[in-house]
Write a protein that binds this ligand. Structure first.
Ligand code: SAH
Length: 343
């Protein structure tokens, strides 16, 4: 039996056609799954008994189990979900002025090995299926349903590297974006990569409206390679070329994420280097306070240094934002809740 959340609407319509069933039932089924958010085929009251029987034979509706949930003072919620094979994944719900945003995981563990990150403490066990990615958003929406609130934004910035699980992530976003699915606008979906160039090149050609975010974290190869091993395979010059190519093919503004690591990457020289790197690009840089991870020695920049850094970039006409901290009183650093459960 196949998990039904793995199917995009066109997959489902193809399945129906192949079985001699009118494909328009696909939209009805999607509405039950993602608009009414029921997890029982029997309740799909506008389908025939025969079709319900067939769906029950071929598919299962696999809800995720909530193993733990933490709520922070600012309303941030961190969920620990258990998958059918017992693997654990984290998702986070954040509340912004513009609405509710869910941060989803794309893999169980991560192989990118960034030196500051808690996710890499546990190596990748496997990719998440499309359905497991969709289900994180669906579970969070179901939680919000109790307050009649709507999830409006998705960021794929949880555990894992989305472009190391390209097909499943894209299918999941398709289901989340579908008007009969979770109906979240493409421009409200962001995918963050540490810089896997083949994935960026592939994404550039798809002409999708999702936002692309790049974890930069260092403006020169020496520092970046020391923090992010991926930089050894895909150094900055090649990365920037791939991103310029993306910008030429897509009229979308790029986001660069830049973690502020005290005394590591927050000096004036780094601001200078960033300004040179991003000059003329349709992009902005988001400065992010580092969420301390107990196993790592990194600290976040002082407020003073963070503001100085921000001002230096502004002065050089780089579009820059300084992100506020969310949920730092709970295990909100990527992978932290999960790591704490496994240890
Ligand atoms: N692999 C992808 C997406 C997951 S990580 C990527 O690298 O972009 C999402 C973002 O969180 C990345 O920018 C990552 O560098 C950052 N991050 C990792 N550990 C963090 C921490 N302790 N505090 C704040 N941000 C962190």
């Amino acid at each position: 039996m196949k998990p039904i959340y793995d199917l995009s609407l066109s997959d489902l319509e193809n399945y129906l056609s192949e079985n001699g069933i009118k494909p328009f039932h696909g939209k009805q089924i999607f509405r039950w799954l993602y608009h009414k958010r029921i997890d029982n085929f029997e309740m799909m009251s506008d389908l025939s008994k025969k079709l319900i029987e067939q769906l029950k034979n071929d598919f299962e509706i696999r809800a995720l189990k909530i193993r733990d949930m933490q709520i922070s003072k600012d309303g941030t919620r961190k969920y620990l979900f258990e998958l059918t094979d017992g693997a654990l994944v984290e998702s986070v719900l954040m509340i912004f002025e513009y609405g509710y945003s869910a941060c989803l995981s794309s893999q169980v563990g991560c192989n990118m090995g960034c030196s500051f990150c808690a996710s890499g403490l546990l190596k990748k066990q496997r990719d998440l299926s499309a359905g497991e990615i969709v289900s994180q958003a669906l579970m969070i929406q179901k939680d919000l349903d109790r307050e009649e609130k709507r999830l409006g934004n998705i960021v794929v910035m949880g555990t894992g590297e989305p472009f190391d699980n390209y097909d499943n992530v894209m299918k999941a976003m398709n289901i989340i974006n579908d008007p009969y699915g979770l109906e979240i606008g493409a421009r409200h979906i962001s995918i963050s990569t540490c810089g896997l160039i083949p994935g960026i090149n592939r994404f550039a050609k798809e002409n999708l409206q999702y936002n692309l975010a790049i974890s930069l974290h260092a403006p020169n190869d020496e520092l970046r390679s020391s923090l992010m091993p991926v930089n050894k395979a895909y150094p900055l010059k090649e990365l920037m070329e791939a991103l310029k190519n993306y910008s030429e093919l897509n009229n979308r503004r790029l986001t660069f994420e830049y973690l502020l690591l005290r005394d590591v990457n927050d000096q004036p020289e780094h601001a200078d280097q960033i300004a040179r790197l991003l000059k003329g690009m349709n992009a902005y840089i988001n400065l992010i306070p580092y969420n301390p991870v107990s196993e790592k020695d990194f600290k976040t920049s002082s407020d003073e240094n963070a503001l100085r850094f921000y001002d230096l970039l502004k002065k050089r006409n780089i579009a820059v934002t300084l992100r506020q901290k969310k949920g730092d009183d709970i295990d909100a650093a990527c992978g932290q809740l999960r790591a704490n459960h496994i240890q």
